[in-house]
Ligand binder design. Sequence first.
Ligand code: FES
Length: 238
Amino acid sequence: MATLTNASRVCLRGMTKQTALASVPVRALATSASLQDSAAPSAYGYQATFKGQSKGAQIPNFGNYMSDKAPATNKLFSYFMVGGLGAISAAGAKSTVEEFLKNMSASADVLAMAKVEVDLNAIPEGKNVIIKWRGKPVFIRHRTESEIAEANKVNIASLRDPENDADRVKKPEWLVMLGVCTHLGCVPIGEAGDYGGWFCPCHGSHYDISGRIRKGPAPLNLEIPEYEFPEDGKLVIG
Ligand code: FES
């Protein structure tokens, strides 16, 4: 009896499996039928292929929002919009950069300070004048013939910062230099020191009549600023 019972159980299980397998094509057929049904026109452009879907799961039809014009016309409109917005953005960026540069550039009073004009007729031969330029002192020396000769007879090889006098002046009689000691930035005293030029009392640097360092701790000659003689008797520094 037990053997019969087991055999009947096995038969029943086998039947159940066969029934389940047989139901697959049935379900597939049902799905196909649903697809065919969904092809019927409705308020939505697309019907979900699954049964029992709620209205919210259905995808709306966007066809009403699509352009009915030719694709070339649509592209033209897109290009126009992109180009137009690009041009407006570029104009805005240009304006912003211009305003920024305008604000950052030097004001009129600062530009006025950038150059200094000096009347050389007011400086007699053999005299020094000190003017202020960009917050620094500038020495202007109206040199005599003997001072020019003395500056030229120096052996360049013996100098710490070798420089010809001719390379430091545009007109031999006018020596124009920054009045800032190249050691630590003190202002040297004119017509002083062992070489008849300038002497820095801070640590004892001696400069000659060409402003070249001759003795003391300063490493370099006095610096020559940008300058020019726009006309006779006039000097513009800067
Ligand atoms: S700052 Fe002129 S010698 Fe030191």
